[in-house]
Design a protein around this ligand. Structure first.
Ligand code: AMP
Length: 545
């Protein structure tokens, strides 16, 4: 017997309609590249998104047509999220930090007819224009008076487009399974792959993100959205914020410690999210200016960190300097991205801070809607006993089923997607990532977790960032090599670093050498670029015995 309840389509425009109607006055604050502040609110975002939808119709954008952005976090980029998807288009947020050839590949592969760009990327756009004849027009996200001179480029001005339109527009009743957004993965090898989200997947993901044991986003939050709108839909937070009617603070390109600190303070942000690298810079700034900063003016209650492992030292600093609880989360572009989120259970009430930090270094527990499991080398499902290590798989309503224009499914017959991460899962369901499968260090048949060693090394007071890679060793096949970027003005020695690790990691995990580097390379989404490091240091231990 069928249930007799209504089925309303789950559409992203519905999120915006709700925010506009019931949280219309809630602020959307953007810091623009020139440091000036724009103040908007959900009502204005709603009105302007409908103007944009009208403008897109006039430009001839049809259902399912892709539109690209090369843009920072700002109110205009947020309007594109809703205006494009809500009117039946697909928003392809392209990561501007990728190499121009990768950007060219993505725009061609997605067949984007229009590219909306921030003025910061005007020079990049000029390079791309001759390579991308399929793009009908390039739309600068600016006022008419700011429009750059770009001879020979089919250039449009965003504000001129909106000014010519009415804000009366009825969001179409789309099929909830229609595509709404397209993000490409930032793989370190091969071409980027497109993950095509549906309205249904994003609304369900937003609902999950708002639950208390996930990100608990509500109308009482002022959210500093540091994770870029071009990285996995900013972890789904724009949709969740609209669903909850939360205030959003969009920092633009200024992500240095001082800028983040000031914006967080001035806008009373109680929640933020971003990759660990941003927080390393944030604490570096605080530590260097501690005497002159009023830390009590920071209201940050919680911060979600993911994309790379949150080091224990960062978890402790948030707690001890700002009284902030760090929610460690795991996910991927392919998983919208939330898969596991690190909140405590009732049994953890009253545990020591030390024990709590240990818990927080794990990547969290699965949230409802995301099933996780690990597989051993023989393909058998491994127990969740906190000991067995295996390849992490996920399935659920916001997990990829196939890549855009891919050749076949991205999952096995039962819907399991293999993440490429290696993890263990404890009896409470907390996932602990040990490595990307390609980064695992295999020493004499045993595995060493690079993430564990990096996390501990970053706890040394003179270390800014650390990377551990496996390099060829004549006796052990591979041994760990530790690369350290020192904090400015600090000079720890190799012996200091190794002494710090001693007793904190198993003896045979001890790196065979420590190399100090000026800086560590990162991918376009802020992860350590280990392929490049392995290449550079391939023969570093070749002469060892
Ligand atoms: P992306 O698709 O760019 O978001 O990258 C997804 C990958 O980032 C995952 O497969 C993990 O390897 C890594 N990742 C995400 N969250 C975490 C985390 N909390 N700790 C360690 N690695 C993470």
């Amino acid at each position: 017997m069928r249930g007799l309840m209504q089925e309303r389509p789950l559409l992203v425009a519905g999120l915006l309609e709700y925010a506009e109607q019931y949280h219309g006055d809630t602020a959307i604050v953007s810091r623009l590249p020139d440091r000036s502040i724009d103040r908007s609110d959900w009502r204005r975002i709603g009105q302007r998104s409908r103007r944009l939808a009208n403008a897109l119709g006039r430009l001839g954008l049809g259902r399912g047509d892709r539109v690209a952005t090369l843009a920072w976090n700002s109110f205009r980029h947020l309007e594109l999220y809703f205006g494009v998807a809500g009117s039946g288009g697909v928003l392809n947020t392209v990561n501007p930090r990728l190499f121009p050839e990768q950007i060219q590949y993505i725009i061609e592969h997605a067949e984007n007819g229009y590219v909306f760009f921030d003025l910061t990327f005007a020079a990049l756009v000029e390079k791309l224009v001759p390579l991308l004849p399929g793009v009908k027009a390039w739309v600068a996200l600016c006022e008419p008076g700011e429009l750059p001179a770009m001879p020979g480029v089919a250039l449009l001005c965003y504000e001129t487009l909106l000014a010519g339109e009415s804000d009366a527009y009825a969001w179409p009743a789309l099929d909830e399974r229609d595509a709404c957004a397209l993000c490409y993965t930032s793989g370190t090898t091969g071409h980027p792959k497109g993950v095509l989200y549906s309205h249904r997947s994003q609304v369900l993901h937003a609902m999950a993100a708002c639950t208390l044991d996930a990100l608990s986003i509500s109308s009482r939050d002022s959210i500093l959205l540091i994770v870029p709108l071009f990285h996995a839909n900013a972890w789904g937070v724009p949709f969740a914020a609209a669903m909850a009617g939360a205030k959003l603070v969009l920092p633009g390109p200024l992500l240095d410690g001082e800028s983040v600190f000031n914006l967080m303070r001035d806008e009373g942000c109680n929640f933020s999210m971003g990759v660990p690298t941003v927080w390393l810079g944030f604490f570096d700034y605080i530590e260097r200016n501690r005497a002159s900063l009023d830390l009590s003016a920071i209201r940050l209650e919680r911060v979600a960190v993911g994309g790379s492992a949150a080091p224990r030292a960062v978890i402790a600093k948030f707690q001890e300097m700002l009284g902030t609880f760090l929610i460690h989360a795991w996910g991927m572009t392919e998983t919208s991205p939330l898969g596991a989120v690190g909140n405590p259970l009732p049994k953890h009430r009253g545990i020591s801070l030390d024990a709590r930090y240990d818990l927080q270094t794990r990547q969290g527990r699965p949230i409802y809607g995301a099933e996780l499991r690990i597989l051993g080398p023989d393909g058998t499902v491994q127990p969740h006993d906190g000991v067995a290590v295996g390849d992490l798989q996920i399935r659920g309503n916001w997990v990829v089923s196939a890549y855009f224009k891919g050749d076949g499914p991205a999952t096995d017959a039962e819907g399991w997607f293999t993440t490429g991460d290696v993890a263990k899962i404890d009896p409470d369901g907390y996932v602990q990532l040990t490595d990307r499968s390609k980064d695992v260090i295999k020493s004499g048949g045993e595995w060493i977790s690079s993430i564990d060693v990096e996390n501990i090394a970053v706890g040394h007071p003179d270390v800014q960032e650390a990377a551990v890679i496996g390099v060829y060793h004549p006796k052990w096949q591979e041994r760990p090599l530790l690369l350290i970027q020192r904090k400015a003005g600090r000079e720890p020695s190799k012996a200091d670093i190794l002494g710090f690790l001693e007793g904190r990691i198993a003896k045979w995990w001890m790196p065979d050498d420590v190399v100090f580097v000026e800086s560590l390379p990162h991918t376009a989404t802020g992860k350590l670029l280990k392929t490049a490091l392995r290449e550079t240091f391939r023969d570093h231990l070749a002469g060892a015995s």
